[in-house]
Design a protein around this ligand. Structure first.
Ligand code: UN1
Length: 513
């Protein structure tokens, strides 16, 4: 059973009206700030209100962060890791409360809300270990009595623009790594889910304060795209890490690129599972259904397309239709339900529009979609997950619709399946279901999936934090979380030291005075 929301809000320091910005223990907002009510998509009730930061307030935050960076970078990385370890402990202690608020504010199932907080805990654990492993290489110099190596220094202020669908985990992927790397962070959460961000800021700031760390290492700025634009154009912010739509990513990339800053982009996906004639169909069913209806189809990694071999197409379609009939839709805090609402009524309108577009292009629905109304669905954000038989080239299929619409596509040869899988503008996640080695290895080879993530006998969503997360093409090319993703948060410096008594030049160049 979930805890009462009122108790959770009190526990996580969410007030009726929350401030527009925070530099740590200091919170603020101006008297005439825009106020926005945050309404839960689960029951349509107002949870609390937030204020939007002004450009001046944003500026104050950047100045505070810039000052804090000068001190934070002097603290040894393993000591910074110790602070992240304490934040991790606090997340563990608050997992139930924060996970429930994620579920209530965003609408994902309680299990997925807890899972999201677990993802934060995992990346913090990873970052603690990493704080002793910010390795550079050493090289052999071509000159005698010379030493050459490279080292990594912190970059400075990291701007984090996060999306509503993973309102807290994606921030932690960035912040935990950035902090151990010696950077400071300014977080602009989605204006649709700022309350979970405020809760996280309280959790982090309490740890920074307890350790007497200067104000400004963890900052939060609530606002709309204006704040994102300020950040993208701000030369004081060397790296902007942005998660969201391809449209948003292109705007961020253009602005950051124009000032030759760095951006880390994690944008849309159009993820497919190839189900071959050698697949375990029962296993494939779980991967496909969780991938398509988990988070109500609002993950970047959600399964949008199933590319199914013609010999198992009908059988698998029947399995899907049967499974979809079992899906329980409703209050995500009730653990009996599989799927909660979409984030808001605009998302419902987009979902309905996509269904119409699909039908207009010739899509045949084998499980009908539609909006759910009345009773437990009175928030107006609940929809039915649906399935349509389509052709890959339909415009709507080429497009990422952030909703539980699953497209079925038939194929004859593995080469054709891979072409279909790759035949979309996006390149985040992909999967193949097969017990055939040749098929699996072809899919993973250079001639296989063109995505940043390619799985065998696992669905497209639910990546672990240990691997680098991100994708190619319109997904933006960035890599976050595990592996060596930390390197983007640092600047690399190559150092050559001459301990001889002469000054030989590289490439054997002679230059005598
Ligand atoms: C996202 O949807 O932006 O792989 C992130 C997954 C999650 C993260 C998704 N671990 O589905």
């Amino acid at each position: 059973m979930s805890l009462p929301i009122k108790d959770i809000l009190d526990h996580l320091h969410i007030n009726d009206i929350n401030h527009a910005f925070s530099t740590g223990s200091q919170w603020g907002s101006s008297a005439n700030a825009v106020t926005k009510d945050i309404v839960s998509p689960t029951d349509g009730k107002k949870i609390a209100a937030v204020k939007f930061a002004t450009a001046d307030e944003y500026n104050t935050v950047v100045e505070t962060a810039a000052k804090a960076f000068k001190t934070w970078r002097t603290i040894p990385a393993p000591k910074r890791g110790e602070i992240v370890r304490q934040i991790c402990e606090s997340l563990r202690a608050n997992k139930k409360q924060l996970g429930t608020l994620v579920s209530y504010e965003m609408g994902k199932s309680l299990q997925e809300g807890y899972g999201e907080v677990q993802e934060m805990i995992d990346i913090c654990d990873f970052a603690v270990g990493l704080s002793r492993q910010l390795y550079g290489l050493t090289m052999h110099s071509e000159r005698p009595e010379h030493r050459m190596y490279e080292q990594y220094h912190p970059l400075g202020i990291i701007g984090v623009i996060s999306a509503f669908n993973f309102p807290v985990a994606v921030w932690s992927w960035n912040a935990a790594l950035a902090w151990v790397c010696g950077d400071v962070c300014i977080w602009k959460p989605s204006e649709k889910t700022p309350l979970t961000a405020i809760a996280c800021q309280h959790i982090a700031q309490e740890v920074f304060k307890r350790n007497n760390i200067e104000e400004g290492v963890s900052c939060l700025v609530i606002g709309d795209r204006n704040i994102g634009e300020l950040m993208s154009n701000d030369t004081r912010v060397p790296l902007v890490s942005a998660t969201g739509s391809t449209r948003m990513g292109k705007a961020v990339s253009a602005a950051v690129g124009a000032r030759l800053g760095k951006s880390l982009l994690e944008l849309g996906g159009n993820n497919a599972i190839i189900i071959t004639e050698n697949a375990d169909l029962d296993m494939s069913l779980i991967g496909a259904v969780f991938g398509a209806v988990g988070t109500a189809g609002q993950r970047c990694t959600s399964t949008r397309r199933l590319i199914i071999h013609e010999s198992v197409y009908e059988a698998f379609k029947q399995k899907l239709v049967k499974a979809y009939a079992q899906i329980k839709i409703g209050d995500p805090l009730n653990e009996n339900n599989h799927m909660g609402p979409l984030i808001d009524q605009d998302a419902v309108a987009l979902y309905l529009d996509s269904i119409e577009k699909c039908k207009a292009e010739g899509g045949k629905f084998v499980v009908e979609g539609g909006k759910l109304d009345g009773g437990p669905y009175s928030s107006g954000c609940y929809v039915k997950p649906c399935i349509a038989e389509v052709e890959n080239h339909y415009q709507i299929v080429q497009h990422e619709t952030f909703a539980p619409i699953l497209y079925l596509i038939k194929y004859a040869t593995i080469e054709e399946a891979i072409d279909l899988q790759n035949g979309v503008p996006q390149g985040l996640s992909s999967a193949i279901m097969t017990n055939n080695l040749r098929e699996a290895e072809t899919f993973l080879s250079y001639a296989g999936s063109d995505c940043g993530i390619a799985n065998v006998n696992i669905g497209t969503s639910g990546a672990e934090i240990g691997g680098a997360f991100g994708g190619e093409k319109e997904t933006g090319g960035g890599r976050e979380s595990g592996s060596d993703a930390w390197k983007v948060y640092m600047r690399r410096q190559t150092n050559t030291i001459n301990y001889s008594k002469t000054l030989p030049l590289a490439q054997g160049i002679k230059f005598d005075l």
